[in-house]
Design a protein. Sequence first.
Length: 94
Amino acid sequence: MDFAQLKASLKAQIEPAYLLYGTDYFLINKAVSLIQKALPDAEVTKFADDATGEAVVTALSTTSFFTTARVVVATLAEKTSLSAINQYLKNPVA
């Protein structure tokens, strides 16, 4: 899905998970901002590039006590194992 498709899909239906990747960090940050605007009351959790895939999945899978939505932003290093995240994305918790 490209940026325009993401923008349109957020107006129609918000999916349980979005995976944004690439080297155009400006566009990725803009997409993250769009998702956050679509979920204004969401709890936001941010991870730096030293996070593990397992830590990200734990955040994705944990129910928030304060809101019904959660946005997890993880800027992962290239060396980070994505196997746990890929497994989660096969059946994300809605």
